[in-house]
Write a protein that binds this ligand. Structure first.
Ligand code: AMP
Ligand code: GLY
Length: 427
């Protein structure tokens, strides 16, 4: 089978490496890809959001399967466009991707179908929003742009001043354009966070191994929110009992709700959960694999990913057994200094072999270019160094030892990935 993967980050690299294990996958293509991906799949210079350009590329390549990985092309309807041309495509159509594309849609869905989530109100004008937070007078409070905002649309306001400035920036100054013309003000939830990705064909939902992201830029969860600075899997807070509760109260009800709304969700549905004192609650849905969750989840998958993706497309997921390795995985993200705000690119990366790898771990490339036989940085998150081992301690030690072999100017990474998970394990 010829397979085309849309996207160009660490997540896509992880999807490609898992697909490459399948005897069915004979040719792998990626657009736009990156320097590291280009060592394993043929890359094409088409932007992930360029729907007509991507359909044109598919017409040239004639792939037997297309995998659309990032949020924006999904929300923009790339799966619809591919399927209209007869290409088998993994991922939700636009009318289902809205579960991530509009926070208001997802909150209303959860309210209607009694899926546990934080209390919220929707606002379209800043004066009523400000009156509401003044009246509520409880901090922290959570302010979210309705639409996609490059992962920056969530503000945890610590006081009235921060809340007002977030509201004004979003609604009045249109910080995220139309995405923030409507906002959600949400109850602040506390507890350990868990990411659960799942495969679903619209009827059956199969959760993957749970994981834990580390969203803040600096150690001890300080600094700004990022796309994710590291992950571990499985997540020790996510016990068998909680998994059962999530299946009956969240996962299955969400799939049924989307079905009933005439928006069957097929592909990978990501549940961002908070394990509160009052049970697991949904913080957010994503219509796609998480990044860098995928980099620790897929290495533990023990079933052919091509078979799973085809079953998702064919609606036959109920007939498939999905197995997981009884191991632990850890991913440490090596970022450009200054990320997520301002950073430089084009720095020479040293320590990688010709495939972009080091010993004892797998390096998923997030933002790299391969030029004149060397790898250069080309983004905020540059590499995700991932190790699997019998224990989490070993996986972390291996990932960090391998990360130390890599250098580039102004490299930055967290040194405490997995520490919270280790503490949870110890009791
Ligand atoms: P998101 O961009 O939706 O992934 O949100 C970023 C982060 O904000 C989440 O991972 C949580 O840590 C935090 N967050 C979002 N919603 C809430 C909430 N209602 N209460 C507490 N923290 C939240
Ligand atoms: N790591 C969080 C996300 O992919 O949205």
């Amino acid at each position: 089978m010829k397979i085309l993967i849309v996207g160009g980050g660490g997540r896509e690299h992880a999807i490609i490496m898992k697909l490459a294990e399948s005897p069915k996958a004979t040719e792998l293509y990626c657009a736009p890809g990156n320097g590291g991906i280009s060592r394993y799949a043929k890359c094409f210079d088409v932007k992930a959001t360029d729907i007509p350009g991507m359909v044109e590329l598919a017409k040239q390549l004639q792939p037997d399967l297309v995998v659309v990985a990032p949020d924006d092309p999904l929300v923009l309807g790339m799966v619809d466009a591919m399927q209209a041309e007869g290409f088998k495509t993994f991922g939700p159509k636009a009318n289902a991707a809205i579960i991530e594309g509009s926070k208001i849609f997802s909150k209303e869905l959860m309210k209607k179908y009694q899926i546990p989530t934080g209390a919220y109100e929707v606002f379209t004008d800043s004066e009523s929003a400000i009156a509401y937070i003044k009246n509520q007078n409880s901090y922290p409070t959570v302010i979210k742009a309705d639409g996609l905002a490059l992962g920056k649309g969530v503000i945890l306001a610590q006081n009235e001043e921060e809340a007002i400035s977030a509201i004004r920036e979003m609604i009045d100054d249109k910080k995220f354009g139309e995405s923030s013309s409507r906002i959600v003000i949400e109850e602040f939830l506390t507890g350990p966070e868990v990411s659960v990705l799942s495969f679903t064909d619209g009827k059956t939902v199969i959760p993957m191994i749970s994981s834990m992201d580390h969203k803040r830029a600096l150690d001890n969860d300080e600094g700004l929110n990022t796309g994710g600075m590291g992950t571990v899997a499985p997540n020790p807070y996510y016990t068998e009992e909680i998994a059962q509760e999530c299946m009956t109260k969240i996962f299955q009800p969400t799939i049924e709700a989307m079905q009933k709304e005439g928006r069957p969700f097929t592909g990978c549905l990501y549940f961002g959960l908070m394990l509160t004192e009052n049970g697991a609650k949904v913080i957010e849905y994503n219509c796609r694999f998480g990044d860098p969750e995928t980099q620790v989840v897929l290495p533990l998958l023990d079933t052919d990913l091509v078979d799973i993706m085809l079953a998702v497309y064919d609606g036959t997921l109920a007939e498939l057994l999905v197995n997981w390795k009884k191991e632990n995985a850890a991913c440490v993200v090596l970022a450009s200094g200054g990320y997520p705000v301002k950073y430089e690119s084009g720095k020479v990366i040293s320590g990688l072999d010709e495939k972009g790898q080091v010993s004892n771990a797998f390096v998923y490339h997030a933002g790299t270019k391969f030029e004149e036989n060397q790898f250069l940085t080309a983004g905020g998150r540059v590499l995700g160094v991932t190790a699997t081992a019998d224990t989490l301690e070993q996986a972390l030690a291996q990932a960090y030892q391998s990360a130390e072999q890599i250098t580039f100017d102004k490299i930055h990474y967290r040194h405490d990935i997995g520490q919270r998970a280790l503490r949870a394990k110890q009791g």
